[in-house]
Design a protein around this ligand. Structure first.
Ligand SMILES: C[C@](O)(CO)[C@H](O)COP(=O)(O)O
Length: 242
């Protein structure tokens, strides 16, 4: 049975406020998406990598994959109009080559600090429980806003933080389960679910959590790039110490 990383790089990343899509911004002369690819490339249990890529960047991505020796890359697929459609495009590609029992780890291209440990646990839990949604506890006080459209929102409601999880990626499923979810979504007219875990839940399924890490950061704003650089620096310092 194969383990496949499906890396989603179909978005433009407008919240970063940069001209380049954020997954292609360079940190220390390496595009962010290549850090992400290297984590899966170097993991011994990952057999194949497929990337869903924003239009216009496929040729650059191929060149970067060659430069950074991402030899497990076996396909680049066009992104869709939102995350759900991008994942579906990736799954359609996978269905022509892989079997329904193979494990797919859906991962954000802009989570470059994903560790081997989390990838291993995600694969193990998907095999044991049928799903693996990497997630971390909610450490902050959580308040529900009164009016999402208000310029300066206010709140009168507390949400118990112990009842919440902050989901990350990878999100692991057998390929057949993901294909069925997307087919059911098409039938029910669900077109813009935020993630694979939200789609499963909206369709009445439950999902299993796997512990993530605060270091598995999603690079959304320029502040996050600073945090990423600091994390990279700390990782390199610990390698040097041996
Ligand atoms: C999948 C995800 O990373 C889980 O936290 C998140 O939902 C992706 O959000 P995005 O803003 O659509 O990249």
């Amino acid at each position: 049975m194969a383990n496949i990383a499906l890396i989603i790089a179909g978005g433009r990343g407008n919240r970063m406020g940069q001209d380049l899509p954020k997954q292609f911004l360079s940190v220390d002369d390496k595009p962010i998406i290549m850090y992400t690819c290297e984590a899966f490339q170097s993991h011994p249990l990952i057999d194949a990598i497929v990337i869903v890529c924003i239009d216009g960047w496929q040729t650059a991505l191929e060149a970067y994959a060659h430069q950074f020796n991402i030899t497990k890359l076996c396909g680049i697929v066009s992104g869709g109009s939102n995350g759900q459609e991008s994942i579906r495009n990736g799954l359609e590609f996978l269905s022509s080559t892989f079997s329904r029992d193979d494990i797919v780890l859906v991962h954000d291209a802009i989570r470059p600090m994903i560790s081997h440990e989390i990838i291993s646990h995600c694969i193990e839990d998907t095999r044991e429980f049928g799903t693996s949604i990497v997630a971390i506890p909610c450490a902050e006080a959580m308040l529900e806003i009164d009016d999402a459209d208000a310029l300066r929102a206010s709140s009168r409601a507390v949400i118990d933080r112990d009842s919440l999880k902050r989901t990350q990626t990878p999100q692991g499923f057998p390929l057949g389960t993901l294909l069925d979810l997307h087919e059911d979504a098409r039938k029910q007219g669900i077109t813009n679910s935020v993630a694979s875990c939200t789609l499963a839940i909206e369709l009445g399924r439950s999902v299993h959590f796997t512990p993530g890490s605060e270091k598995n950061i999603k690079l959304t704003t320029l502040d996050d790039i600073d945090i990423f650089k600091a994390l990279l620096g700390a990782e390199r310092a610990s390698w040097l110490k041996g």
